[in-house]
Ligand binder design. Structure first.
Ligand code: AMP
Length: 279
């Protein structure tokens, strides 16, 4: 496994690769969710490139950039075990040198809601860094988690509209035994908060349960989700959404593929999760 930190070195290695290249972008502090992307990319491609970069431009000024968990040595051990060929882990100066001032942005209709509404600038940071990684790595396929459902929809829009010629592959969310979606941010939770955090999954299960029972009124589904969340005193709801799976517009009636998503604060930690329903 080769570990490189500069764009020039990454490009040099890329030029030597023949056959398909799979890219898995991450912010590190790897868990089984990341590793499921890595395994899928490993199975699909001749070459596997994983990036580790805690991207400052996708964090707001009041957010957790400084304290975001990091453990590069452990990450590299895990990636080596998974048969990764190349790890690209640039420093901030390498990705954002003095004078950096070009951005890739998807329009408001997709980015002005949900995460985009709660975290101004977040999705612009994501699209910009992912576009940069696509340009440097020139992969045939790139792997992203369904866990970040809006991010996936926004990246698909970017790739289609800017003719990026990379296949975006979505990978199902990996969960803890109680249903909590794996996330590097789960490390922030105290034991009591960790127990409370399972309420996100219970809320999503309730949505799916009444949908499967025939309920199609989106407002009723959102209401049931809120009721489940209200039963957990440590949970503060940021949003609950039942939206068109492609446009992310809130639905009145669930008559098409939908993204059921939520953002909830447990203590000081902001958690997101989603499920899709067929409509
Ligand atoms: P992050 O390091 O949090 O930026 O995540 C890197 C990639 O891993 C993104 O495409 C995420 O959607 C994906 N990911 C994060 N958590 C999970 C999970 N629990 N299951 C599947 N994919 C995940």
């Amino acid at each position: 496994m080769q570990v490189v930190t500069t764009v020039a070195e990454m490009r040099r290695l890329r030029a030597q690769m023949t056959g398909s290249v799979g890219l898995v972008p991450t912010m590190g502090y790897l868990h089984e969710g990341h590793l499921s992307l890595v395994r899928r990319a490993r199975a699909d491609n001749q070459h596997l490139v994983v990036t580790i970069f805690v991207n400052p431009t996708q964090f707001g000024p009041q957010e957790d950039y400084q304290r975001y968990p990091r453990d590069p040595e452990r990450d590299l051990r895990l990636l080596e075990q998974e048969g990764t060929d190349t790890v690209f882990m640039p420093g901030v100066e390498e990705m954002y040198p003095q004078g950096f001032d070009a951005w890739v942005e998807v329009g408001e209709s997709l980015t002005g809601r949900l995460e985009g509404a709660s975290r101004p600038g977040h999705l612009r940071g994501v699209t910009t860094v992912v576009a940069k990684l696509f340009n440097v790595v020139q992969a045939q396929r790139a792997y992203f988690g369904q866990k970040d459902g809006q991010q996936l929809a926004v990246l698909r829009r970017m790739v289609a509209d800017l003719n990026m010629g990379v296949e975006v592959v979505a990978v199902p969310t990996v969960r803890e035994p109680d249903g909590l979606a794996m996330s590097s941010r789960n490390a922030y939770l105290s034991p009591e908060e960790r127990r409370a955090a399972s309420v996100l999954w219970r809320s999503l299960c309730r949505a799916r349960e009444i949908f499967d029972g025939g309920e199609r009124r989106a407002e009723v589904i959102r209401g049931e989700m809120r009721d489940v969340l209200a039963s957990e005193p440590l949970a503060r709801v940021e949003y609950v959404s039942v939206a068109d799976g492609e446009t992310l517009a809130e639905l009145e009636t669930v008559d098409r593929a939908a993204l059921v998503s939520l953002a909830v604060r447990i203590g000081g930690t902001r958690l997101i999760d989603n499920v899709t329903v067929a409509g």
